[in-house]
Design a protein around this ligand. Structure first.
Ligand code: HEC
Length: 138
């Protein structure tokens, strides 16, 4: 447990460092810059639809609770993002849409985050974003 906490603190420190140096969170490309969710923060229907997508397509890596501990997580480098670790500032609509639609193109080199632009519709991407925000406590 203590080691886990240490790892969490280290990761938090790294993230904070990355924010100040502005290289971990890739800049949102122009074609996604104006994206805006059609769903409000309390849209339970969108969240429920998003949960079905999340459980089927995201949980194996990001974990059922979004903590980055899905069954594949241990074999991945870098590990899947922990949604519960203070993303409030960076998790804008354009950023999330971009990362989920474009996948590894928006992440650090060589990440296993898939691109979902061809497998999920726009509405489905917004639904899974709505649900991811609930996992992140947003
Ligand atoms: C095969 C494993 C895998 C699957 C499946 C997967 N991801 Fe990821 N995801 C990752 C990894 C690894 C990262 C961290 C590296 C990166 O940023 O690219 C990541 C990063 C992310 C990020 C960026 C988080 C941040 O704060 O910068 C978001 C958002 C995300 N994933 C959402 C999703 C959603 C939503 C799904 C399902 C529709 C999904 N992922 C499916 C592996 C996966």
């Amino acid at each position: 447990m203590r080691r886990l906490l240490g790892a969490a603190l280290l990761a938090a420190g790294l993230l904070a460092g990355c924010h100040s140096h502005d290289h971990e969170h890739a800049e949102v490309p122009e074609h996604h810059a104006d994206r805006e969710s059609p769903f409000g923060p309390d849209d339970a229907e969108a969240q429920a639809a998003g949960q079905a997508i999340y459980d089927a397509q995201c949980a194996t890596c990001h974990g059922v609770e979004g903590m980055g501990d899905g069954e594949l997580a241990a074999s991945l480098d870098p590990v899947p993002s922990d949604f519960t670790m203070g993303h409030a500032d960076s998790w804008t609509d354009p950023y999330l849409y971009y990362r989920i639609a474009d996948g590894p193109d928006g992440g650090p080199d060589g990440t296993s985050m898939p691109a979902f632009a061809d497998t999920l519709s726009e509405a489905e991407i917004w639904q899974v974003i709505a649900y991811s925000r609930t996992l992140a406590g947003q």
